[in-house]
Design a protein around this ligand. Structure first.
Ligand code: FES
Length: 395
């Protein structure tokens, strides 16, 4: 008996010592719960604040809409897919988290109103404090990786592409991470620059963060640099490409332009990480598009899917100039939702088995070899050139 008491006291003492020396992380409450916390799949968020960032961009602050359900942690540079239902169409769009990853009381998103867009004008005009939205867990690979990226980083942002960099810079600044960062930020005019005060302030306070704004359509009183982000301007800013790692975030035309400049500068592909949200404004202008295809051509899409335990089939028409996922979402009586995140071919969340047919995918999109080999497509960035047969029962 005495022996048992002694053993118990020893075990208790050891446990106490362990607890004192190895603080259990605040989020640790069992491995399963930890996994759920990091990968909740989806989350319900409530808007608590909205403020203007510029004439066409608003900042939305969102908290968890469920008590006792904290927000999923994220890496600076990640995004969430915001799911909305507009006139019976359920769809989603990816938005970078601009807030710092060092606090999880809220996420902040900077959303620019794209005039001919579907989701952003709706969200911009209609979303109000108190509204609740479903979002994905944080996604995306635009994050600093100390193993491969080194210490000298170059961030190149176009317009709203600044949003993930704000979170990354806040992280570096708040934790005083010893990295040297040159941010080259291109906008049309001065009024399009987002987070300008904060960026200028960061530059003043942190000697390892440099910021340069370049305007392509400046007013006559603009004292900074003008034009596009060319190789000369990049070199002028960073001195040399040696040991630098480049992150580029912007739209597709900007990517195509910068890609050529990077080639001319001699930056190897593995020293560049690129992220572009969204699809080309006009797919018929993208290199490799089969010009013999009439842009108003419609094709027939047939989809096999499972409803409860039954297998069903549905057919509908789609334009060949629209990504398959958009046609699918707009087919209202379909009541099918294909899981998605990036909507630009990167995350593979939307991967779908194509039984037959031919699709066009912009050449800069990299589809995983294994998906290609087994006949999976990413409908978010696939344009149907012929009649298509998809099978959603095979994932
Ligand atoms: S939604 Fe990410 S690949 Fe399609």
């Amino acid at each position: 008996m005495m022996e048992d008491i002694k053993k118990y006291q020893k075990a208790e003492k050891l446990k106490k010592q362990r607890e004192e020396t190895q603080a259990i992380p605040w989020y640790y409450d069992g491995l399963e719960n930890l996994c759920d916390r990091i990968h909740p799949g989806s989350q319900l968020l409530k808007i608590t604040d909205i403020k203007a960032l510029s004439h066409d961009t608003k900042l939305f602050r969102l908290i968890s809409a469920k008590k006792n359900k904290p927000l999923a942690p994220f890496r600076a540079g990640q995004y969430i897919g915001l799911i909305v239902e507009i006139n019976g169409v359920r769809t989603s769009r990816p938005y970078s988290i601009v807030s710092s990853p060092n606090q999880l009381a809220y996420y902040e998103l900077g959303i620019r109103k794209k005039e001919d867009g579907f989701v952003s004008p709706y969200f911009f005009e209609n979303a109000k404090v108190g509204d609740i939205f479903e979002v994905t867990e944080p996604l995306g690979n635009l994050s600093y990786n100390s193993m491969f990226h080194g210490k000298d980083l170059v961030y190149i942002a176009g317009g709203c592409g600044i949003t993930p960099f704000i979170s990354m810079l806040r992280d570096i600044s708040e934790r005083a991470i010893p990295l040297n960062v040159s941010l080259i930020y291109g906008c049309l005019t001065e009024k399009d620059i987002l987070f300008r005060d904060e960026l200028e302030d960061m530059q003043k306070r942190r000697s390892n963060i440099k910021t340069n704004f370049i305007l392509s359509e400046p007013e006559s009183d603009w004292k900074g640099e003008c034009g596009f982000i060319t190789r000369d301007k990049i070199l002028n800013e960073i001195g040399s490409i040696k040991d630098k790692y480049f992150y580029i975030v912007g739209n597709l035309p900007m990517y195509q332009f910068i890609k050529e400049e990077m080639k001319e500068l001699g930056v190897s592909k593995h020293r560049i990480y690129y992220e572009a949200f969204g699809v080309p404004d006009d797919i018929t202008q993208v290199m490799g598009w089969p010009t013999e295809i009439n842009s108003s051509k419609k094709v027939n899409i047939s989809i096999k899917f499972r409803k409860y335990s039954k297998t069903e089939k549905i057919e509908f028409e789609a334009y060949c100039t629209e990504p398959l996922i958009n046609s699918l979402e707009r087919t209202k009586n379909l009541a099918l939702y294909v899981n998605n995140g990036c909507r630009s071919g990167e995350c593979a969340l939307c991967r779908t088995k194509m039984i037959s047919g031919k699709v066009f995918v912009p050449p800069e999109v990299t589809i995983r070899e294994v998906d290609k080999d087994f006949g999976f497509i990413h409908p978010c960035i696939s344009y149907p050139l012929t009649d298509i047969h998809l099978d959603l029962t095979l994932t």
